[in-house]
Design a protein around this ligand. Structure first.
Ligand SMILES: Cc1cc2nc3c(=O)[nH]c(=O)nc-3n(C[C@H](O)[C@H](O)[C@H](O)COP(=O)(O)OP(=O)(O)OC[C@H]3O[C@@H](n4cnc5c(N)ncnc54)[C@H](O)[C@@H]3O)c2cc1C
Length: 395
């Protein structure tokens, strides 16, 4: 069994190793450094010990043969024959990675009545589209989608599979990773690949205070979900050629335990991820009733309303409006932040907006550090004035 051993004879009890451990697994207990059960054998402490008293012992992990796994796949999420925008962003990224590894890019399309999407996927970078068409796949369900994609993966052995970090991607990818016995890095903000095909996945960690780089060295496929609107889609090239591969869907194998009676779409106006103008509100709005002026301004501007997390946690506004690390990433032309302090976790979701306008009564609020324009004052006075000026200017 592999374990970390601290040699008591060499250890000088300098305690340098204790803060170095990212998992807080080392502690001074009595007159020795103890390794607790939080240790995950990362070995970060080993090179830091000036007395060379720490070592990782036990048999090295067995070599694994990854040579049979090739190709970069993108899950082509669609609803009623419309592709999710993130699919085109992922295809562009997959093409950039394929230029490094020399592999092919494939899209995996499941559903019913999806034929029209196949040329679109090829134009945006797929060399091949695996099409699983069946009425049982018409509505998205984890159970059926996991079964179909897992069997495709086992047969074709792709090296990488990318998913949008959408509600569906976030639900499907972990189940598929568990079924395939591989790892998954969720909510990546950056991807890269080396010439051996190792996927280098970057995502915020520890509450957004560090960016972690994660690799999956010993298992395939390498799986990641990526937030929408972080990557850039390429312009389509309708002269590109690609192969369509029909996938046999084994109906009986897709027996599901649940029956979908009806899919009801929520009335939600413009979604923040699609909006060109977002009027966002935070705790400074004081309560759900405070949001009336925000919805009013958003309507005047033809935009959508975004919110910070405490607003959702307090139940003032539903989660679909949340911007930030644990909400959505948006990149509108204009982002008006009202009564939002500008915590890193909020800014992780909106700092790529072209123009940021901040309204806050605290002149030292961090949001002003990223704002293009800042208005210091009471939002309940500023917003109605702003709306009046906009309405007058349009007359
Ligand atoms: C792991 C983790 C993930 C997180 N994910 C997210 C996330 O996805 N999105 C997110 O937003 N947060 C997230 N948070 C929470 C985040 O750290 C902050 O707590 C949050 O963003 C603060 O929200 P706020 O700016 O609305 O509230 P506050 O920080 O309380 O700020 C309210 C602001 O309103 C101003 N104000 C008050 N009254 C008025 C007025 N009348 N006129 C003008 N200004 C006024 C105040 O000066 C203040 O700056 C996360 C936190 C953690 C630990």
């Amino acid at each position: 069994m592999r374990q970390i051993i601290v040699d008591k004879d060499r250890c000088t009890l300098c305690e340098i190793c204790i803060p170095v451990c990212p998992f807080g697994a080392l502690a001074l207990v009595g007159d020795e450094i103890k390794v607790t059960e939080s240790c995950n054998l990362c070995g970060a402490c080993v090179p830091e010990c000036p007395a060379e008293a720490i070592e990782v012992t036990g048999p090295a992990p067995e070599e694994v043969d990854l040579s049979g796994w090739h190709g970069i796949w993108v899950f082509a999420e669609q609803t009623d024959g419309r592709l999710a925008g993130v699919v085109l962003e992922l295809l562009a990224e997959a093409r950039r990675m394929a230029a490094v590894t020399g592999e092919e890019v494939s899209a995996v399309l499941a559903g019913e009545g999806t034929r029209d999407l196949q040329p679109e996927l090829i134009a945006h970078g797929a060399d091949r589209v695996y099409v699983a068409e069946d009425s049982v796949l018409a509505s998205f369900r984890d159970e059926t989608y996991v079964t179909v994609i897992a069997s495709l993966v086992q047969h074709h052995q792709p090296s990488v599979i990318l998913f949008g970090a959408t509600a569906r991607g976030r639900s499907l990818a972990p189940r598929l990773a568990a079924r395939l016995g591989t790892g998954l890095t969720a909510d990546c903000t950056e991807l890269d690949v080396d010439e051996t095909g190792l996927l280098i996945q970057t995502r915020p960690a520890f509450g957004g205070n560090i960016m972690a780089t994660i690799v999956c060295r010993r298992h395939r496929p390498q799986m990641a979900t990526v937030r929408p609107r972080i990557l850039q889609a390429d312009a389509p090239d309708y002269d590109r050629e690609g192969e369509i591969v029909d996938v046999r869907v084994d109906g009986p194998a897709l027996q599901v335990r649940t029956l979908l009676l009806e899919a009801v779409e929520e009335e939600q106006g413009i979604m923040i991820e699609d909006a060109d103008i977002i009027v966002a509100g935070g705790r400074g709005l004081g309560g759900p009733e405070g949001f009336e002026i925000l919805f009013d301004l958003a309507k005047t501007l033809g935009g959508a309303v975004g919110v910070s997390r405490p607003v959702v946690d307090a139940g003032w506004i539903p989660y679909i409006h949340q911007v930030g690390q644990t909400g959505k990433t948006v990149s509108p032309s204009i982002y008006i932040a009202c009564g939002i302090s500008g915590a890193v976790q909020h800014m992780a979701g909106m700092r790529s907006a072209d123009t940021i306008i901040a309204i806050n009564k605290n002149p030292d609020a961090p949001i002003f550090n990223v704002a293009t324009y800042g208005l210091v004052g009471d939002l309940f006075q500023i917003i109605p004035n702003l709306k009046r000026e906009i309405t007058n200017a349009r007359r």
